[in-house]
Write a protein that binds this ligand. Sequence first.
Ligand code: NAD
Length: 245
Amino acid sequence: MREGRVAGRRIIVTGAASGIGLATAHMLAREGASLSLFDRDEAALVQVATMLQAHHATVDLPDEGAINAAVEAAVKAMGGIDGLVNVAGIGGMGRLADLTLADWTRTIGVNLTAPFLMMRAVLPHLQTAGRGTIVTIASGQGLTPSAPGMAAYCASKGGLVTLSKAMALELAPAIRVNCVCPGVVDTPLLPNAMRAVARKPESPYALKRVGKAEEIASAILFLTSDESAFVTGIAMAVDGGRTYH
Ligand SMILES: NC(=O)c1ccc[n+]([C@@H]2O[C@H](COP(=O)([O-])OP(=O)(O)OC[C@H]3O[C@@H](n4cnc5c(N)ncnc54)[C@H](O)[C@@H]3O)[C@@H](O)[C@H]2O)c1
């Protein structure tokens, strides 16, 4: 019998090969979950899956066929699904005048369409389990944009915040859906310029520092565990205090 805050839960984590997804996979495994890890970076994914003795599927989001096949493989490997954590995402930078339709479509595809397809694919399995949790990772940029040049990213993350709330309403009471909105977090995705801005005395980030991937994983763990049993439909800012003021 496994012990921990999510002991025995069968959870899919997307974007598990790096950054926040990687920290989340480690934390959920430590707290007793069985995991199926999805990412497009096969080499890094195999490494973490081997370390955590987890199932893995190499998926380039938002490929619908690949998502459905990977979810079915995860069900076979874990014997069902109790939770989903949508972490995978891309930056999608570019000012409006330079933003191509291809860049826009790619950003919306990975950051918004993929979580929709993932939620739809896991839904029958969460319903079979009789209860479940979904956590999506949006961004503070999806609540309040803070700099020019991020239109596609902000739109994708704002859409994800609202999609998560709409799903919370639609899937309650059996399934809880919550969203985490990180501020600047020290991962390969974070542009150096934003790292520097966060630390300045005049920084809009009240805590004047960059966050750690584990600090986002802790929020994900809380929203996935029964400790948050009375919480659904929230967009939780874990952002060093940028978006509250
Ligand atoms: N780092 C930050 O400052 C920050 C702030 C707010 C929100 N976020 C969000 O957190 C999430 C994780 O970001 P991170 O900082 O850990 O970045 P990261 O680049 O370290 O990790 C992202 C992971 O997603 C995977 N991925 C990207 N595109 C994919 C695709 N098409 N198919 C499958 N896998 C794909 C990557 O291979 C990588 O393993 C993202 O959704 C990001 O938007 C990050």
